[in-house]
Design a protein around this ligand. Sequence first.
Ligand code: UDX
Length: 463
Amino acid sequence: MEIHGNASTLWPTPPTETRRRIVLFPMPFQGHITPMLQLANILHVQGFKITIIHTEYNSPNHSNHPHFTFKSISDRFSEITTADLDASYCFKYLNKTCVDPFRNCLAELLEDYSDEEPVSCIITDAGFYFTQAVADALKIPRLVLETSSLGCTVASDILLSLSENPSFTLPKEGDHETLAVEFPPLKVKDVRKGTRDPKGMGELVINMHTQMKASSGIIWNTFIELEEYALETIFQDYQIPSFTLGPFHKYFPASSSSLIEQDRTILSWLDTQAPKSVLYVSFGSVARITELEFQEVAHGLANTSLPFLWVVRPGIVSGSKWLELLPEKFLERVGDKGRVVKWSPQQEVLAHPATGCFWTHNGWNSTLESICEGVPMVCSPCFVDQPVIARYVCNVWKIGVFLEDGFERGGIETAIKRVMMDEEGQEISKRIGRLKEKMNISLEKGGSSHESLKSLVDYILSL
Ligand code: UDX
């Protein structure tokens, strides 16, 4: 298995084989499976035996992880059509359908492993809030993996308390571009959106955060130097141990957890491009855009005349197969300057010297991966945590430009050129380069993430 960097400086000395087992349970979506499997690998190198319980839906490929034991449970996901369902519905559905299968599977495992390799704890995705009650009933400690940022957790708690406060009134429409007094990384318009709750997201967040507080600890895929200000609030509000040992993918590559086959042919095309000349475009594994937005993206890309690599995930526009909605003669117009693929080896693309900018939806994994390679961003957040992450990127860390007016070809061209051609882009590049250095230091011996991993291992061994 490949390990980035010099392994001896990245890893705390592993304890001798612990013969202790950890059972992990990821949410079945790419942005959640990837960090959970990375965490499992990190803990495996630290001497723990690993069992992954997973749903049938989006099952990880077992053969990519021969050193883990896998147990599949029924989820009844096939009974719903996911095409038009939102994240909060899917999360709540799985929190109902998985209860019995998960409890039965875990009880069996605890029984099976009780003598030889006792289970120290379970680690479940924060989205699987039902697992706390199961862990309590079976008397096994539960740690939580929160796959988003510390800042997002703080922001969602604040937005929730505002929406539940009867004396809170939504700010006036005209003020929407000013920073919100309640939480200044956000603009007034973000608070306006975030305190409306048309899809029951609030109920989901309450359940997740209540059960996080009841758990034995939270593991974050972040590093302290990036989010120090939020960590203090988390300590105060959650009052349980927090471990910030990220970014996980710097310990292991993520390709082995990809649910979709990655098109690696584009790496040789990148080799032919000038340093920092290529714009990489991807909106992650779940976001959808409209047909009109898709066409505006295409026009915006063509109008910049810059080389680009665009990930068009089949189905990103509801009902579309793949490229049939592109504007007429688009591929002929861009010629060899533009490449379109279904799915890319994203971490390698971002690490490639030819990549100069990432137009992203700001999923937390994509954002961290961009920071780790020092690639400035153009931000088009879609939903859930992404709008808050994008505000941090643009207003707090100042390492990207926010596409405020959505997908419109003129605004797209301007934003990309600001990052890739203007002096402003050079400043952004310097700032993200400094963050990348801090991240590297955090992973070295004595660094914050390195120390946090040691604390996590000691903590699990003490349970
Ligand atoms: C989801 C949510 O949307 C996100 O907001 C949340 O923080 C995590 O779960 P997703 O939308 O898929 O995830 O985005 P992201 O978190 O960025 O994860 C996408 C992963 O897929 C990344 O690890 C990225 O490297 C990988 N990827 C993406 C590829 O391997 N190839 C691609 O072409 C695109």
